[in-house]
Design a protein around this ligand. Structure first.
Ligand SMILES: [Zn+2]
Length: 189
């Protein structure tokens, strides 16, 4: 079990340079969007495993990762016994450009609460909590390409609207964090 203070020391500095480098390869990369997406997807993944219902997350995470979590439920603290799970902080660790795509590493501090006495007296003195850090590897799905999905003509990226616009039929496509696939999650306790 770790205190909040212990957690602080292994949060890396916000890495502006890494973010700028990612933007060179993925112009629409937006840290705020990735943070929001991460908070949602971590809870989505966690709850899907707890409830043994993986239907909704199968498109979001790799089969390898599904197998890994299924085999290591204790490591990921997959348990119905927690009263509350919360993602407290998300940040960028780094990224890597490989032949088959761009990989981005994100950390998320995940807190598990066991409200032993369920705070009935408001004291909360007997509650238990655990802090883990999940190191999440995303793969950017960039195969939307530069061509319009409507007519096939070349599209242009519009920085202001964070969207792609077809020069020919004027269709507009938004690329957001749904373009990330969760490839791996390592747990640091
Ligand atoms: Zn078009």
């Amino acid at each position: 079990m770790e205190s909040e203070l212990d957690i602080q020391k292994f949060i890396p500095q916000f890495d502006m340079e890494t973010e700028m480098n990612i933007k060179k390869d993925i112009p629409q990369f937006d840290m705020e969007t990735v943070i929001d997406f991460t908070k949602g997807v971590v809870l989505n993944i966690y709850n899907s495993f707890v409830n043994e219902d993986l239907k909704s997350i199968r498109i979001r995470i790799s089969d390898e990762l599904i197998n890994k979590i299924t085999k290591n439920k204790e490591l990921y603290r997959i348990s119905k016994n927690f009263d509350r799970v919360a993602v407290e902080r998300v940040g960028l660790i780094g990224y890597e450009k490989k032949e088959d795509g761009i990989y981005v590493k994100i950390f998320a501090n995940v807190n598990f609460f066991d409200d032993v006495d369920n705070n009935l007296d408001g004291a909360g003195g007997n509650d238990k909590f655990w802090y883990d850090r999940w190191i999440i590897t995303y793969k950017a799905i960039t195969n939307i390409g530069n061509n319009c999905q409507n007519c096939g003509a070349e599209m242009e990226y519009n920085k202001e609207t964070n969207s792609f616009e077809c020069k020919y039929c004027r269709s507009v496509f938004f690329r957001d964090s749904k373009d990330w696939k969760v490839i791996d999650i390592e747990v640091q306790k």
